[in-house]
Design a protein around this ligand. Sequence first.
Ligand code: ATP
Ligand code: MG
Length: 516
Amino acid sequence: MSHPNFIETIENTFREISERKAEFTPRIQYREKGIVTHVSSGIALVSGLPGTGNEELLEFPNGLFGIAFNLDPDEIGVILLGPEDRLRAGDPVTRTHRIADIPVGEELSGRVVNPLGLPLDGKGPVVSSQRYPVERAAPPIMHREAVNVPLQTGIKVIDAIIPIGRGQRELILGDRQTGKTSIAIDTIINQKGKNVICVYCAIAQRSASVAKVISQLNDHGAMDYTTVVVTEGNDPPGLQYIAPYAATSIAEYFMEQGSDVLIVYDDLTHHARAYRELSLLLRRPPGREAFPGDIFYIHSRLLERSTHLNKAHGGGSLTALPVIETEAQNISAYIPTNLISITDGQLYLSPRLFDLGVLPAVDVATSVSRVGGKAQLTVYREVAGNLKLAYAQFEELESFMRFGTRMDERSREIIAHGNRIRACLKQPELNPVSVPDQIMLLLALTGGLLKNIPLEKIPEAERLLSQGSSRLPEELVRRIHSSEALKEVDKTFIFSVIQEILQPLVEDNLDFRDAS
Ligand code: ATP
Ligand code: MG
């Protein structure tokens, strides 16, 4: 037996269908479909998609995507974002009407992903509600503010002599195996508990190096606030090329939420090479060192995205530490000079110092921080003000010493002081030093309290001072971390604590005051 309501429903449905039918006007909708004409390592040439936009994402069979790079009237040069081994000439290509993007958000913290946001850590898919395009415009000047908050690296030589501020771009450059990655990793590890979110972008690295970095970050509890974006040496050059832009989008999300963010690009030499490979394959005209003409632009538009936003725009910041590998200490090669001119300073790592065991091998004379000095904690300015000059003088004299030159009293003093500075600034990797510990050591050094301690006992002195820094009252530690200057009574108090701590190490038990 049929229910009256049921019949009514059916009648309504029929009526609705016939109404819709009357309204319907047939339309022709066309989809552009192109054809692959040529495939070679990392790129494909496509014909038949005349409406394609610049940098539009194109879809190939088997879930392979590519970015439209060269737009010629009858052919498009596409960089592929996956392996091309199953792609053949004659395969169909379709437009996606969108550009490459990547998931962003809190969910990315602690994850290891590739530049398309696909997980590499076996922890399941990255579920995030937001996506950002990999290429985004840099914040306009009116949204920016001067760099005025320090980014403590925990590395004594950097914090004291070449300070970095939040929102700064500081280049790390040096020959291979000089400790470039270690400086970046130490800086990330030192951000623990400091409300700085970190992104580490590995570009075309060996799997073993990436695995080492991830395990170091894990061992030091740094993965809780770090995202790792990875491309390896055998990944397609297209993927290597978009990696730093994608990593920056992940970092920008946090910056726009008002957080302070640190991003490491390790390294941009490989990025430049990937771009050169793509450009040569796409037959773009080569310039100096066979790099294409816009190589400066690809790095400047990347690093322009790092900045310090003003209060009206959340007050977040993005600090960038790009890494560049030099060849045979030639910092005036094409890519290093480009990057030096784009960034706000550089940390140069010298293989000579590395071989001498002066680690981290930061060459103070060649390194500079153009904006960080203004952001440095006031207390450093008091205790480390003339350290750079003294160290540079020492290095100059040291090179003369190699010729067996006889020294006058003044030069001998400079050498002795320089050796003490060097001993104090040495630091093993993965061992960040807190601000109060650094201040204790630097005060001991610049106040002449280490004069009567033999060089080989300086590490021991540093250890004792670090234990002793817990004796500083909480209020004093707060002032050290703030932008206030130290009061005279504070200094006298710290001096007395240092003297007491170092007393057992003094040779011949000389009185400190006489020595200084
Ligand atoms: P690559 O050119 O291969 O990328 P790199 O310049 O990044 O090398 P790292 O991998 O950071 O150099 O370091 C090279 C070696 O030096 C590593 O074995 C590392 O353990 C060691 N090293 C770096 N810094 C220090 C340090 N401060 N104290 C002791 N050893 C260090
Ligand atoms: Mg490295």
